[in-house]
Design a protein around this ligand. Structure first.
Ligand SMILES: [Zn+2]
Ligand SMILES: [Zn+2]
Length: 187
C-alpha cells in the first residue's frame, strides 16, 4: 500500500489517495480534482470517503464520482450537511465499525463526533495508520464552535483515539502528520 497527500482548495485541505493492488481510495476530494485525477489513472477507485460534511472536504466529491464512477461514502450523521453543500446524496452511509477495503488493505471507520456530529477517522490496524479528518491535528484538534460541533463529544472522541497504539501515524485533514504518542496529553 502507498498513499499520496495533495493539498487542495482555499484552506489547504489534505486530500489523500491510498493505493493498493491497482485499487484506490480517495479521502476528502474537496477541490482541485484535476490535480487528483492523474494519480488515479489505471486504478479502480473503490470509494470516495468523506471524513465529514464541511465544504472544504466535500465540494468536488461528486465531480470525482462522475469521472470515476466510485461511490461516495459519508457517516450517516453528516449526510444532511453534505446534501446541503452539494445537493446530492451519498451512495453509502457509514457507521462506527464499518470496514472499507482497498486492494488487500482494510480501513475501519471510527466515529469521532465533536467537530461535526458525523466526523469519522479511518484506521488501518496492520499498517498503524489513522486518517483523522478535522478531529485530531498535530498539536491540537478541530474546531468545536461550529453548527453541529460539541466540545464534550470532541473530548470523548479524542480520548478514544489516544488509546490507539502510540506508534500509529496520524494524517489529519489539515497540516502536517503526527503520531498518537506525540498527542498524548492533548486533553
Ligand atoms: Zn471541518
Ligand atoms: Zn477542514
Amino acid at each position: 500500500m502507498h498513499f499520496k497527500t495533495i493539498k487542495i482548495g482555499p484552506i489547504q485541505t489534505n486530500c489523500y489517495i491510498i493505493s493498493d493492488n491497482n485499487e484506490a481510495l480517495v479521502i476528502d476530494p474537496g477541490f482541485d480534482i484535476d490535480q487528483i485525477l492523474p494519480f488515479l489513472e489505471g486504478a479502480t477507485v473503490n470509494a470516495i470517503v468523506l471524513t465529514h460534511g464541511h465544504f472544504d472536504h466535500v465540494t468536488e466529491a461528486f465531480l470525482l464520482q462522475a469521472k470515476t464512477k466510485a461511490p461516495v461514502l459519508i457517516h450517516e450523521k453528516d449526510e444532511n450537511m453534505m446534501a446541503f453543500t452539494n445537493k446530492m446524496k451519498a451512495n453509502r452511509l457509514l457507521k462506527n465499525g464499518d470496514v472499507i477495503t482497498v486492494g488487500n488493505e482494510k480501513f475501519v471507520v471510527i466515529h469521532t463526533p465533536g467537530h461535526s456530529s458525523g466526523s469519522i477517522c479511518l484506521y488501518n490496524e496492520k499498517e498503524k495508520l489513522l486518517f483523522s479528518g478535522d478531529t485530531l491535528f498535530h498539536g491540537t484538534y478541530g474546531r468545536t464552535d461550529l453548527p453541529g460541533s460539541s466540545q464534550k463529544e470532541m473530548e470523548e472522541s479524542l480520548k478514544k483515539l489516544l488509546k490507539l497504539p502510540e506508534n500509529v501515524k496520524v494524517y489529519p485533514g489539515h497540516g502536517r502528520e503526527t503520531t498518537i504518542g506525540d498527542e498524548q496529553g492533548l486533553i
